[in-house]
Design a protein around this ligand. Sequence first.
Ligand code: FDP
Length: 356
Amino acid sequence: MDHEADAHRTDLMTITRYVLNEQSRYPESRGDFSILLSHIAGLAKLLGLAGETNVQGEEQKKLDVLSNEVFVKALISSGRTCILVSEEDEEATFVDPSLRGKYCVVFDPLDGSSNIDCGVSIGTVGFYFYTHNIFGIYMVKDKENVTIDDVLQPGKNMLAAGYCMYGSSCMLVLSTGSGVNGFTLDPSLGEFILTHPYIKIPKKGKIYSVNEGNAKNWDRPTTKCVYLFIQFPQIFLHSLFFRYVEKCKFPDDGSSPKSLRYVGSMVADVHRTLLYGGIFLYPSDKKSPDGKLRVLYEVFPMSFLMEQAGGQSFTGKQRALDLVPTKIHERSPIFLGSYDDVEEIKALYAAEENND
Ligand code: FDP
């Protein structure tokens, strides 16, 4: 970006202009949603800049807690929210009726905590951390009578979803249900600028992204047929998921093998998948029978964005956005990314089901 030139430009699509333009498509709207989105963009900006100045591993750890406090306080003071669900808080926060609005916001203020301590030096500012947040927004039916069920809705009811990635640049990727747009923070302007309009994920990708260190635990549950497992352990080593990953490495149709990329921060891995194509997978395994990733603030927002960008998201049983969560911190296996790659996983699961 040419920051000096940009400072004099009046035609840049900032996040504020974008949100206001979106609002003008709904003449009946009162602007609450726009105000809420602007608050979230403001918060992301704050955290994006904070990431650059935190140099102590220990201080950065506290960023989890700090960012949660900042998010919760700012969302409450926006006057547009009624329930907040954060990864950091065991219970949902019910906003005091005097400050209540009609939106439920679910978020993970700082996702990818295992990567917080391994930043990359960018010279004078110290460490640059790969830490992220994810959010999803729902609307409540009756703001006077708010219950936890207002937030336990299927992902397909979401109004908007997005994430902010604090990487080599600070990016806000957002969908309000009409495509996906990416904004990059220009620190000299203090504004998010539309840099990636109408993101479309390639129909098929060349990358798979998974924690392959879990491979030992991918075997099918053996409880039903302990006898078989003792007699023929090798058949279990070729479980569905194991076979899929082997196929990525040793394709049997003459195509080139896929590359493996895994950062270990969902936002970073999904962001790359969105831009380059491919598939991101976190299946269930013996250690985590329900998968690891959280339905409300990881699986849903990312699935919403994937679908909006032309990709797919699948839990191993159904379309991820059709899931109806029963508790706020529920987990689910997840396979998301390019349309054709997810289609392949779906076909494998369907074949497996027919074999059972
Ligand atoms: P983390 O535990 O570091 O907070 O949701 C949590 C998450 O990171 C995701 O961001 C990431 O995709 C995943 O867990 C990484 O899990 P593994 O370390 O098991 O691969």
